[in-house]
Design a protein around this ligand. Structure first.
Ligand code: SF4
Ligand code: SF4
Length: 188
């Protein structure tokens, strides 16, 4: 069941500066605490993507990852009850009251961004910390990031930090070929 804002005034997105992430995993811990996610589930994680720099100054590149809040999300397309929906700002969310636990969304997501929380009997995924946003607060992973690698904001606002980063730097999204149009960007 498709529910999408036709003319969104805001489009929230995450932008990660790859050279600043040093794999401290503070964001992973902060997310778990903020959203009370039980072990062993994690809404976000760090991927090791390769070596950077030149010999002898070599280091690993780390890619923090989570739900991409896709503009065209297959998880929403396959959801038989409309439990998965998009907020007017493009955040992909789950209405737990409508979820019947069929797991179609888990199979449909190309990013393995969803998992079953057997304890609370809900589907876990990043929500961009939606509970914080009405107060003008940023997601916990962004707030806690010691490397200042994570940035969050409105990409329809040309003056936002995320818009500036995307305009100034080379960027990519994961699995672009999947055609889901992620709102989770990586910049060099
Ligand atoms: Fe859905 Fe997966 Fe895209 Fe998140 S990353 S919106 S769970 S398809
Ligand atoms: Fe977790 Fe919030 Fe970061 Fe999403 S935005 S990964 S819910 S801390």
């Amino acid at each position: 069941m498709k529910q999408k804002a036709e003319n969104p005034k805001k489009r929230f997105a995450m932008v990660v500066e790859l050279k600043k992430c040093f794999n401290c995993k503070g964001c992973v811990v902060a997310c778990r605490a903020e959203n009370r996610v039980p072990l062993p589930i994690s809404r976000n994680w760090i991927e090791e993507s390769g070596v950077r720099g030149r010999y002898p100054f070599l280091g690993m590149t780390f890619e923090p990852a989570a739900c991409n809040h896709c503009e065209d999300p297959p998880c929403q397309r396959v959801c038989p009850t409309g439990a998965t929906y998009q907020s007017p700002e493009g955040i992909v969310l789950v209405d737990n009251r409508k979820c019947i636990g069929c797991k179609y969304c888990i199979l449909a997501c190309p990013y393995d961004a969803r998992s079953v929380n057997h304890h609370d009997r809900v589907i876990e995924k990043c929500t961009f910390c939606k509970q914080r946003l009405p107060e003008g607060r940023i997601p916990a992973c962004v707030e806690t990031c010691m490397g200042n690698a994570r940035h969050f904001g409105d990409i329809l606002d040309p003056n936002s930090e995320v818009s500036r980063l995307l305009a100034e730097k080379d960027r990519f999204v994961k699995k672009k070929e999947a055609g889901t149009r992620p709102a989770f960007y990586y910049v060099y």
